[in-house]
Ligand binder design. Sequence first.
Ligand code: PHE
Length: 344
Amino acid sequence: MQAELKAIEQEALAKVAAVNDVKELQAIKVAYLGKKGSLTAVLRGMGKLSPEERPVVGEIANQVREAITKAIDDKNDVLENAALEEKLQEEAIDVTLPGRPVTVGGPHLLTKVIEEIEDLFIGMGYEVREGPEVETDYFNFEALNLPKDHPARDMQDSFYVTNELLLRTHTSPVQARTMREYKGEKPVKMICPGKVYRRDTDDATHSHQFTQIEGLYVDKDVKMSDLKGVLDIFAKKMFGEDRNIRLRPSFFPFTEPSVEMDISCKVCHGEGCSVCKGTGWIEILGAGMVHPNVLEMAGYDPKVYSGFAFGMGPERIAMLKYGINDIRQFYLNDSRFLKQFHQA
Ligand code: PHE
């Protein structure tokens, strides 16, 4: 029996030494030490031994079991370490490889231009307000001196939601809304940036959706010269100190008198060139003195209060400032266009 045990030990150790796989090692363990293993089978036969032989054989059996167990455990460590080493090799990171570039976004050019204009007017004491894009016919037109059948409504073809609701065609309704909120009791000095909508066919200079910035200043004794002064500061800060402005007579139902403001062409400084189509001037915005009817409808006494208003298109201003020739560029989200202005 002792010889048998020794033979089992020899055989098991040889197998363990030869094996190179954790699963196979596990199989060897079962084959020798498991319930149906060969060592176990031998030990079961111990009952047949004489009482003198039993402890001797028992001790040898234990030694054999320990030897095999240790060999298996040791081998298991070796194999696991090797597997770990292999995995580390496989997953090794080459820290000398160049990194992938991280693309960083930035605010849209239009957002930047709007914020620049906001900052400029905040610096002159204006508050920034907002109004709804889905507007009532009353605020979009009627409160601005454009009754239902007024022909000037044609200037602003509209998207109607219902008979009384439409996508606002300009930011001017916020004039009326703000004055109402102020109840005709105190001065108003506000600008309002926002989206507006018109039934236009999109091309290089038209878009059915674009942005505007409205301005309104109502107080006692506001004059046309105040308007001109503010617009002059705006033009010089926005386009350069060497630019001049001029006001041309125009028409808007909600201002009287109404004007259009031009700035001197930056290329020819008023001489006339292809950029300004030979006129020396470039049209920038519409403005005027708030019509007495508009003041009155909003609760301001036109005998006490007067005011000026202006409305400009940030797209147009950005196009002039950065030499962009197609308004659709603002809305296409083409990163090749957008990223040119990340530093602007
Ligand atoms: N609301 C006018 C437009 O969209 C612009 C404007 C605003 C004109 C304020 C005068 C005063 O064309």
